[in-house]
Design a protein around this ligand. Sequence first.
Ligand SMILES: Nc1ncnc2c1ncn2[C@@H]1O[C@H](COP(=O)(O)OP(=O)(O)OP(=O)(O)O)[C@@H](O)[C@H]1O
Length: 553
Amino acid sequence: MLNKYTFLAIPFRSKNTMLAEISCSTNSNSSNHTTTTVITSPAPSYTAHLPSKLKAFFRISGSNHKKDSSVGSTNDCSLSNEEMDSSSLTSNISNGSEKIVFTGCKNIEKSKTIGSKFLNNHSQKLRRVASAPNAKLSNNKSVNKFYKEDYFETTNDISVPARILSEMNRSGTFKRTYSSNSIKIKRVEVGPNSFQKIKLLGKGDVGKVYLVREKKSSKLYAMKVLSKREMIKRNKIKRALAEQEILATSNHPFIVTLYHSFQSEEYLYLCMEYCMGGEFFRALQTRPGKSLLEEDAKFYAAEVIAALEYLHLMGFIYRDLKPENILLHQSGHIMLSDFDLSKQSHPANMPGIVKNSSSNAPPSIDTKSCIANLRTNSFVGTEEYIAPEVIKGCGHTSAVDWWTLGILIYEMLYGSTPFKGQNRNATFSNILRNDVYFHDNGIQQISSLCKSLIRKLLCKDENRRLGSKAGATDVKTHPFFKNTQWALLRHTTPPIIPQQSFGTDTINFRNINESFSLDMEGEKMIEVHGENPFEDFNSVTLHHDGDDYSEEI
Ligand SMILES: Nc1ncnc2c1ncn2[C@@H]1O[C@H](COP(=O)(O)OP(=O)(O)OP(=O)(O)O)[C@@H](O)[C@H]1O
């Protein structure tokens, strides 16, 4: 007997399409079942046929639903048997050319059949809008332009509520919603002078990341400041533009949130959610043997897979997965950051459908097809994490992300990467020639299922690598993840809860000396051949529903 039915809706780029993780759990816990489906949700009228909890859950463009449910919560989204009975959860409402089919019923077998039928019949009709941000523009003005006034003045009408939700602080969980309409993009509402610099959190080769406080709201943010001069010198302009686009387009619990992006004469600014827990890398370094227990590693691997699945669906290859780029939210959940090496497919393809031959479970999503047309040649990545096809320089695809996942899982368990050599050439040679070797790490016996997963991810032939057929679905259905409740990840307590940081103490970050200070006074416009090469950098402010939990100091 089915007693819980849980949903996690993830928007696609098109506001009319969602990816929904549907978890059904039965009284006998053994038959837990999770599936992924695609829902197109074009017209508010369809909601009339859905039970009220689902109405709140799928907030569709034009509908006036109360914005009170946290997506994926077992509490607000589990339906009682009566609700399931009374509303006959199967809705198939046609509205002109668009359809919404929501599958679900008390009887899990029936649900599966309906799901399969829908996906088979309608997979060709799912619509996606290529490269359009997953959000509504608040007005028709182009937000792509370089507004001079933006970086001199702070507007007075920032309507960001500054109260802390005590529940959020107690539970440490996310309050944001992740529906397609939960972001509103507006012309940028802040500039460098709107923030007070508190501390340097990290630095890269073209920029620095600061903990800053917004003067008006007293909220803390992480501000990435990129030097235009350095970007021009190092030919990294395109990467900065790509990073802004990916951050502004993404709306996922495991991907760092962007709030503002803007530029001054000499710098680009990305104002992001401050991940108080610091780098996952640092958390790993402080563990015995710099490693995690297998079950704990499985948890982080699952969150990373969920984030990669989303990125691939959006048409992005991440290309730089490593513990340094995984940040920890104060709740302990991961947040992928640093998208300057990511690559976007223009346009992303429609997701395909994978039929599940082994059981009568409904089909799953094929994320591989979303970026099947994207093959790129640049030599990017981090030495120990680079995939063989990148070293060979014969072009690479989204399969590189599954390779890096294999390295990451190995590193989480063994405290080091599998192909590390004495120097760069030795490392590359190991990557190309050596099989992965599982030594005794002296701490725990790694299960054969886990080793099998790693071996399959670290397959040198990208066409035979796990993930090469249907993307994330291949990886998620590996028996190692048999007990993983994909839809409930966000509501699972993470193995490491970062030391609670109070205000600006940055205890989870190492101390970095600031060798030079960013001088924001007296800036000079940077031009190349009389043109502003950063003209296409989007200066925007993004309002997210449910963001009123940010810490106020
Ligand atoms: N949102 C954030 N919250 C907290 N700390 C952050 C955040 N973003 C970045 N950092 C810190 O700043 C460091 C550098 O950030 P990031 O890797 O994005 O910069 P980068 O200049 O692109 O570096 P790289 O040259 O390695 O690509 C991170 O490793 C992390 O310690």
